[in-house]
Ligand binder design. Structure first.
Ligand code: ARG
Length: 587
């Protein structure tokens, strides 16, 4: 369906033309003075210069041509030359009736669907998932869902950190503890054991221990670097250990992401880039874009227009080891080969911006992507505690994701139990669903690049701009719809022209759903979906408090309201699905 703004512009354009002005001036926006009107056109002001005429005169001329239009309830000129518009309630009801029948709730799918590889998640194997991995998962999942809803082909890749120093650290620590394992014998030719010599809880202890040691002990660190390098070169015992580490870690990682309702199409990682590295590096050498610098291999990515220093992109360390940039570049080669994407979109901490600037420039310079392949980086800000510093546990440690989710569910459980009488088992179930909304909405309602304060008390509140408030609104609507049905009535009426101001305000909110979604996708901005549903929920609650729906005696009017409610519910549910959570039946 066309956007309501487009329809209004199409109504205004001929009026401008018939009055003797260029139709291009018929640009319409949502009013920034809702007390005066719903939509406004500032075209008369823009046209004044070209036509050497007072804008208010032009506005008057255009409005005269709108007479008889059934789209507007009123069209008025206001000084110095605004055209203030109010939609006719009948036109609005028709629009919403059509929207209700539309399978995409009025949203038009992309005319030219794009294939987009979405790189989000980025968990590091063998390191516990901590809150730093919450944001990419939540934001990425939402952008993926929005993109799909708009009709694009989105391939979500978790791109695990599975090829770095943490692997070398674990290998070295294991060697210290169990030196007799066959993995460490260079001349071992037999078959390595099928069972890993450690469990997930062992790993959870081994990695931090090793990481701490390497910071205090230069020799230990050197050994870990060496082991990482040998792993990358394919030393059989280390590769076998690496397999074990992967096999033990992945189910745990998946369980964590599942709990967040975050899913990936691809469970690839940095290690998958390996087969592409050698050729890629050779091509960079052959093309003369890579040069030696103190033993390392680098590509200059400085550009004339730069206002800050962009250091060369390091492709190989002096010992020949691959780095983060190397695997990212080789992964681009792989993605282009396997998926031919129109765009590769990365979501990481904004502190990685320089890394991606270097990688993107290097990829273009080396011709790894097509000229029109888009490479996009979305950097998100830090999740802070109430003290304004990065979020920590109470004793100052790194907060595990599991613990954070647990804390939020616990808080939600108490709020639900305080709220009304409910079976504790059911309250636990509901707390899971509502807790997830608190967590995700609390994050997504902020602009991604900004830092935000994680405030468990505020996020779990049933009032204000929170996930639970949105869910509460949905549950309220569901309950009215159920009662209506239980009274033996069928919800098959049609919306009627709004009777009250609050009803019309709700209808206007619904009518801007498609424009909002388009914009949220274009700007990769889930926060726009949040602020939209907050407005929509508020508009609904205002209408609800002013309107006695279930006791209305005029059956047609009541049926029309039920339609309006059911559309409101569909739009809210669609939006929370875009944000990656759902509503319970009761709460
Ligand atoms: N594993 C990385 C980290 O924890 C994030 C990976 C992001 N994606 C990428 N293609 N570099 O920082």
């Amino acid at each position: 369906m066309k956007k309501i703004l487009t329809l209004i512009e199409q109504e205004l354009a001929p009026a401008f033309e018939q009055a003797g002005y260029d139709a291009g001036y018929a640009k319409v926006t949502v009013s920034n003075r809702p007390d005066l009107c719903e939509f406004q056109c500032n075209g008369a002001m823009a046209a004044a210069k070209a036509y050497k005429k007072a804008p208010i005169m032009i506005a008057g001329d255009v409005i005269a041509k709108l007479e008889g239009s059934r789209m507007f309830e009123s069209a008025q000129a206001a000084n110095p030359g605004f055209i203030n518009l109010k939609l006719s309630a009948g036109f609005l009801a028709d629009y919403l009736n059509e929207m209700r029948e539309d399978e995409n709730l009025s949203v038009e799918k992309a005319e030219h669907p794009k294939t987009i590889v979405l790189d989000y998640g980025g968990a590091n194997v063998a390191k516990p998932l901590h809150v730093g991995h919450l944001r990419p998962a939540i934001i990425g999942e939402s952008i993926k869902r929005i993109g799909r809803f708009m009709g694009h082909k989105i391939i979500g890749d978790v791109h695990l950190g599975d090829w770095g120093l943490q692997m070398g650290l674990i290998i070295v620590e294991l060697k210290e503890r169990q030196p007799d394992l066959p993995y460490f014998k260079e001349d071992f030719r037999g078959e390595y054991p099928k069972e890993a010599p450690f469990t997930i809880s062992d790993l959870e202890e081994i990695y931090p221990t090793a990481s701490k040691k390497s910071k205090e002990d230069a020799q230990y660190r050197e050994a870990a670097l060496q082991a990482t390098y040998q792993l990358q070169q394919g030393r059989p015992g280390y590769v076998a250990l690496w397999r074990h580490i992967m096999d033990v870690s992945l189910p745990d990682l998946k369980a964590n992401y599942d709990r967040l309702h975050v899913t990936f199409d691809l469970w690839k990682g940095e290690s998958d880039a390996k087969p592409y590295i050698a050729d890629m590096v050779q091509n960079m050498r052959d093309a003369g874009i890579a040069r030696e610098d103190q033993g390392a291999l680098v590509v200059d990515v400085r550009e004339e227009k730069d206002t800050k220093e962009i250091p060369p992109c390091i492709i190989l360390k002096s010992d020949g080891a691959a780095l983060y940039a190397t695997t990212d570049l080789a992964t681009i080669v792989e993605r282009m080969k396997l998926y031919q994407p129109d765009e590769i979109f990365y979501i990481t901490d904004k502190r990685q911006e320089m890394h991606f600037t270097q990688v993107f420039r290097c990829a273009r310079k080396a011709g790894l992507v097509k000229e029109d392949t888009k490479l996009t980086f979305l950097g998100f800000g830090t999740m802070n505690g109430k003290d304004g510093k990065p979020f920590k546990t109470r004793d100052g440690g790194v907060m595990r994701l599991q613990q954070l989710i647990g804390d939020i569910e616990e808080e939600m459980y108490h709020k639900i139990m305080d709220n009304h009488e409910i079976d504790p088992g059911q309250a636990r179930e509901t707390a899971k669903i509502v807790g997830l909304s608190a967590l995700k909405y609390g994050d997504l309602s902020n602009q991604a690049p900004k830092d935000y304060v994680f405030d468990i008390d505020r996020f779990t509140s049933f009032e204000g701009n929170t996930g639970p408030y949105i869910l509460y609104t949905i549950v309220r609507i569901k309950s009215i719809l159920n009662k209506y049905r239980e009274a033996g009535k069928r919800a098959d009426g049609r919306m009627m022209p709004a009777k009250s101001e609050s009803e019309k305000a709700l209808m206007l909110e619904l009518a801007r759903f498609n424009a909002m979604m388009e914009n949220a996708f274009e700007e990769a901005a889930p926060h726009k979906v949040c602020s939209y549903i907050y407005d929509l929920a508020n508009a609904f609650n205002r209408f609800y408090h002013e309107t006695k729906i279930l006791t209305e005696e005029d059956a047609a009017r009541q049926a029309a309201w039920i339609c309006l409610l059911s559309l409101t519910r569909s739009v809210l549910e669609c939006c929370i699905d875009m944000l990656g959570f759902e509503a319970p039946e009761r709460m």
